[in-house]
Design a protein around this ligand. Structure first.
Ligand code: PBG
Length: 325
């Protein structure tokens, strides 16, 4: 038995070296994924209002940004397209010369080692802002599936290394897997947004891509925030359907979900530290209310400690620079 005064927990906290020796988890630039917003047009690098330090890039401006990420040892980017022409069916998502398709080609040419992941969802491309086709006032699950599969195929054909469906339709992982396999892309992994909640933390992102739904909300397809057992069922289902990596999103208000997922499944686990989480840190830091760098590293570290192997974050670029310093 060891209790105070024989036991002294402070013994192992005495020096940086001791603390390093007993540290249980470590944030690493190699775990980070940086989201990139790609817009139409030329010579555009425009800061997003509610996300200081995050920009809209036109395709021609991507190479410089990606070079910097390579230098900082950030291994992967996640691409989102922002398009001018939206319609009911999100047709622009399938354009072989669309922004994401061109962005993938450009990045793979500039930095072949960069892992390029693309978001698969219609909400950035539909005029109503929902993540699928609309029928009878609701999102039509089964008729949306072929469009998602076509989008994934289009991205893979452009050279994407991985596709990440974020739409929350039932059966999309299986549909996308079949389509990829049938078209020579059996080696392209699927990172599924498996447990994605209907969260208010996506606010700044929807501003950035203009994807706020014109009517209703996403609660008929994204998850109800109070639920965790349901998240485990979603994840289990996606793994069965063929997901290679599963994600919990958002991260910070859902650390318990990350932990449960880590303890329940053995496949790699990603967490998305979303736009609203980023915006809150930036807003408080800009007023001097918190130390932005320390709070950011503490937050990212907490997501790691909760069990995420991969962290998708708008902080990825700056965090990698801090970690390297
Ligand atoms: C698309 C999508 C969203 C996010 C990632 N993919 C928004 C949404 O579901 O409304 C949110 C990312 C963020 O807030 O950083 N469906």
């Amino acid at each position: 038995m060891s209790v105070f005064p024989e036991l002294r927990m402070r013994r192992l906290r005495k020096s940086p070296a001791l603390r390093s020796l007993v540290r249980e988890s470590q944030l690493d630039a190699g775990d980070l994924v940086f989201p990139l917003f790609v817009v139409e047009g030329k010579a555009i690098k425009r800061e997003i209002d509610a996300m200081p330090g995050i920009f809209h890039f036109s395709v021609d401006r991507l190479a410089a940004e990606v070079d910097e990420l390579v230098r900082l040892k950030v291994p992967a980017v996640l691409l989102f397209g922002v398009v001018d022409k939206k319609d009911e069916r999100g047709s622009a998502a399938l354009d072989p010369k669309g922004v994401v398709q061109r962005a993938v080609l450009t990045i793979k040419k500039a930095a072949p080692q960069m892992i390029v992941i693309t978001d698969i969802c219609l909400c950035e491309y539909t005029d109503h802002g929902h993540c699928g086709l609309i029928a009878d006032g609701d999102v039509d699950n089964d008729n949306t599936l072929p469009l998602l599969a076509a989008m994934a195929l289009s991205h893979a054909s452009s050279g994407a290394d991985m596709v990440a469906p974020s739409d929350m339709m039932d059966g999309r992982v299986m549909t996308i897997r079949k389509a990829l396999d049938a078209n020579g892309f059996s080696r392209i992994p699927i990172l599924s947004y498996a447990a994605k909640y209907a969260s208010a933390f996506y606010g700044p992102f929807r501003e950035a891509v203009g994807s706020a739904p014109r009517f209703g909300d996403r609660r008929s397809y994204q998850m109800d925030p109070p639920n965790v057992r349901e998240a485990l069922r979603e994840i289990e289902e996606d793994i069965k359907e063929g997901a290679d990596i599963v994600m919990v999103k958002p991260a910070l208000a859902y650390l318990d979900v990350i932990r449960r997922a880590r303890d329940s499944f053995n496949c790699p686990l990603a967490a998305y530290n979303v736009s609203g989480e980023y915006a809150m840190v930036k807003a408080a830091a800009s007023r001097g209310w918190i130390d932005g760098k320390k709070v950011t590293l503490e937050i990212l570290g907490s997501i790691k400690r909760a069990g995420a192997d991969i962290i998708i974050s708008y902080h990825a670029r700056e965090a990698a620079a801090w970690l390297a310093a």
